[in-house]
Design a protein around this ligand. Structure first.
Ligand code: GRF
Length: 217
């Protein structure tokens, strides 16, 4: 069974999607801990409500980002996760911490990477006038939002969309995207070698695409 740790700074709706999928027996995995840089993150409440260990560490009590990250990941390591999902985790992670866990950290980002890295991705998409937006799950590497993309969900931009309406429709697709990615990871179908995502042992040129049935094609 895939042991998942989740890192979250806020609302935790992606965490909730994983919890719900596991409870509904739609995902053969266990969430072995939820970790946050914010003691008041709603994600921690969601975790505790589901009987999952939840842990917060305050970055302000550390002299440097690296020290904080080392302490946080030391805690994460005690839960022995196979995969660590950043789901709305709003901090950069120290390069050495990331490199030591190559292929074991993934992040969900609300854009069709490599387009619109960073913050305010929905505003960025609207300002660029794209017809299609969406979300990506990618392996985390020291390159911010630049790690190899595993899978994507595409969302058409509609006339009259605001950043809020677009964000809502993207978020609704993030949840099944993260769950389906976790399923494929749990089944051992996805890996990272060199700089490419491997699917069923073969380097994949394009990210997996989430279909209308919430499964990869
Ligand atoms: C999501 O849009 C995620 O893609 C981004 O932050 C948001 C987190 O939402 N990285 P939630 O905390 O999972 O509800």
């Amino acid at each position: 069974m895939l042991r998942i740790a989740v890192l979250a700074s806020g609302r935790g709706s992606n965490l909730q999607a994983l919890i719900d999928a596991i409870e509904a027996r739609g995902l053969d995995a266990a969430i072995v801990g939820v970790f946050s840089d914010k003691a008041d993150a709603k994600a921690l409440v969601r975790a505790r409500d589901a009987g999952i260990d939840a842990f917060a560490l305050d970055p302000k009590t550390f002299a440097t980002r690296a020290e904080f990250d080392h302490a946080l990941f030391e805690q994460i390591d005690t839960a022995r996760p196979d995969m660590i999902f950043c789901a709305g985790y709003l901090r950069l992670i120290d390069e050495r911490v990331v490199s030591a866990r190559r292929g074991r950290i993934a992040n969900i980002h609300p854009s069709l990477l490599p387009a619109f890295k960073g913050l305010r991705t929905h505003q960025q998409a609207l300002a660029a006038g794209v017809a299609e937006h969406g979300a990506s799950v990618h392996f985390v590497t020291p390159d911010l939002d630049g790690g190899p993309v595993i899978a994507q969900a595409r969302v058409p931009v509609q006339a009259g969309d605001t950043a809020e309406t677009l964000a809502q429709r993207v978020l609704a697709r993030e949840h099944p995207l993260l769950v389906e990615t976790a399923r494929w990871l749990a089944a051992g179908r996805i890996g990272l070698s060199e700089d490419a995502v491997h699917v069923d042992g073969v380097a994949s040129a394009t990210p997996l695409q989430l279909g209308a049935n919430n499964r990869f094609a």
